[in-house]
Write a protein that binds this ligand. Structure first.
Ligand SMILES: NC(=O)c1ccc[n+]([C@@H]2O[C@H](COP(=O)([O-])OP(=O)(O)OC[C@H]3O[C@@H](n4cnc5c(N)ncnc54)[C@H](OP(=O)(O)O)[C@@H]3O)[C@@H](O)[C@H]2O)c1
Length: 285
């Protein structure tokens, strides 16, 4: 056995694929799920070296309770992978307080909530005798570039970027490496979950663009990268002696970097506005 890793959100998508790949590599995976049915299914798929942790990342008490299983069985963790997340689409002007709060709570606040609970096992404690672990945050290109009608998600992922850098600098003394993976569109269920969510903005000025949302989502989904691309990067983060601090995983990295880093804001504003107005995509890359 190679050591233990905690992954949040292993019921589907990137988390589930990471579980499959890291488990096959010989790691023991502690995977968070919310529904007992998902836990039972995964236990039947992985009868050995998999332990489900049943918690909702929004519930601090549940996280602490589930973590006790890990603390009982392990003296150290190879890594914590903060993966669980949701995407709340819509114009910032009209997203409800409740939806906005849920977006921020699940995608950012919970990353700190879960990380702090597991930090002692990653090496953030006096007299730790193991090897320092690594924290891998599944961020997004939306943590580097803001797109219209995806603002709540972008804000949450910018928060993840900030939290990644801050933890990395604070945890330097313990030798704990903190890394962000920044995927562009990846084929997972997250896209289906966004379909038809924009209907509620029908009576707003933005509906001239938002009425095309389902077409845009389908288009993005079609050209999205396969989910297997992310565990490959996770393996680099885990096993390289000197991993980078961030990894962009995008089909058109060059165009993305040009828009995110090099072109002037006002030009990008115009390009994004023109792109969104055409109605077949919400951002130009
Ligand atoms: N797919 C993409 O294009 C893409 C691109 C960039 C970044 N990402 C990021 O990748 C991560 C995984 O997303 P995915 O694409 O794999 O989506 P997904 O298939 O929808 O998976 C999301 C996972 O998060 C879990 N989750 C959601 N809310 C939770 C909560 N409150 N407590 C605990 N678990 C919760 C889900 O569990 P349930 O099944 O119980 O809901 C599920 O296991 C997210 O952070 C996402 O922002 C995705």
């Amino acid at each position: 056995m190679k050591g233990a890793i905690v992954i949040t959100g292993v019921s589907s998508g990137i988390g589930r694929d990471a579980l499959a790949v890291l488990h096959a590599k010989g790691y023991h995976i502690y995977g968070s799920i919310r529904k007992k049915a998902d836990a039972d299914l995964l236990i039947s798929e992985y009868p050995e070296r998999f332990t489900p942790l049943v918690f909702d990342v929004q519930d601090h008490e549940e996280v602490i309770k589930a973590s006790k299983i890990v603390f009982k069985q392990c003296t150290e963790l190879i890594a914590l992978i903060n993966n669980a997340g949701i995407a709340v689409p819509g114009p910032l002007q009209h997203i409800s307080e409740e939806d906005f709060e849920q977006q921020l709570d699940i995608n950012i606040k919970a990353v700190r909530r879960v990380t702090n609970v597991f930090l002692p096992l990653l090496g953030a404690q006096k007299n730790f005798t193991g090897s320092p672990g690594r924290i891998i945050n599944i961020s997004s290109v939306s943590g580097l570039f803001n797109s219209p009608f995806n603002g709540a998600y972008c804000i949450s992922k910018h928060g993840v970027e900030s939290m990644t850098d801050t933890y990395r600098r604070e945890l330097y003394r313990y030798g704990i490496k903190v890394i962000a993976i920044e995927p562009g569109p990846i084929k997972t269920a997250i896209w289906k979950k966004s379909e038809n969510q924009l209907e509620k903005f029908r009576d707003t000025d933005y509906f001239d663009v938002l009425k095309n949302a389902n077409t845009i989502i389908k288009r993005i989904e079609k050209s999205a990268l396969p989910v297997e691309r992310i565990p490959k990067v996770i393996l680099k983060c885990l096993e390289k002696r000197k991993p980078k601090t961030r990894y962009i995983v995008h089909k058109n990295r060059l165009l993305f970097k040009l828009l995110a880093y090099y072109l002037p804001d006002k030009l990008v504003d115009w390009i994004v506005y023109k792109t969104a107005s055409k109605g077949d995509r919400h951002r130009p890359f």
